[in-house]
Design a protein around this ligand. Sequence first.
Ligand code: ZN
Length: 413
Amino acid sequence: MKRLILEILLVLGLGGAGAFGYMAHKKGAESGAQLAELTEKAEAAEKKVEETSEELEKLQKDAPPLQAKALQLEALREALVNGETLRDLEAAYKKEKTLSPERHAGLGALRLLTKGGDDPATIEAFKKALDAADWGSRRNLICASQKALASAGQDVKVLSECLPQGVSKMPEAEPKDKSADKAGQGDKGKDGKKHTHWGYEGEMGPDNWGKEFAMCGRGRSQSPVDIRGPFEKTKSVVTAAYQNGPLRIINNGHTIQVNVAEGSKLRIDSMPYDLLQFHFHRPSEETVDGKPSAMVAHFVHKNKEGKLAVLAVLFREGNENPGLKQLWEHAPKKEGPEVAVEGVNFNPANLLPRELEFWSYDGSLTTPPCTEGVKFFILKTPVNIAREQVEQFPFKRNARPVQPLNGRQISAS
Ligand SMILES: [Zn+2]
């Protein structure tokens, strides 16, 4: 019996020891797990701190240039803040009858810096710059003005060409009317890059240009027009002094354009105009007594005051045109950047008829933004173009329809 009790006690005792041992073990394991968890958390926190400080370091690295930029801007603003420069410029502008788009944009930039984007005159200045600039020769200016207006919260569409690569749109610049993004010439090209937001057919055709480019819709002196008598006789004389120069040619998605080096001039009476570029339309935009020609070349000139004059040369189907032959050989079939053709010179005079008798009227650019104040001289004598040469032109139709004269007088030399 004694032995039995001892045995029981022993078992109990051992069991107790075992139970105690188990409990102790469990406690140890628990705290071990807790410790492990804590360690893990600490490690994660440490890592986070490391990452954050790395980010901070990065930020600090980037900050100095940003700070420098902010300081520059601040300095610029302070230099201009008393308004003297602005008043000076505005007074100078008032003396001149017409302002170049560059000056409008400059005025806008000054006002943006000193008065901010809420200032109506800031908005007005950029809008005027936009109205007065033509896409061909003043792309940067148009981009700058569109961005400035968009940044000032104006409902302005920033053309995709104006945005940095990889940025497809500027959210605040989205138009209310999305029609321009639908199918048509303005849709995405093969390269995935968006083309400009106007074309010659469908929703982006000439009837809708005015939605995006106000002057195209509300202008009262628009081009092209139907040339039809009676004409007012003019004594004005036009002479062309065009020069041979390196061939730079571009397919800009709307036409084939040749950009001309400095030196080629047109004289209207005694006033010299520099030839900037010439480009083509098929069929001719101008009609004579209601009839279009096969094609037309527009020679675009600008004088020192920034006034534009266009000389239009009509092409009539007939013999091959040797000047065009040379151009068409190098004209890019697809839209793309300007091509400087190595070792090839071209003289724009090769496309002119011998006689420079003309019809003349005051009009506009025939493409957006349809800027007015452009003098047109349409040569009465057409030049030849072979039917195949018309067909080689990569645009089937790129002509704006004729616009109402609204009381304008056409004169004839
Ligand atoms: Zn044109």
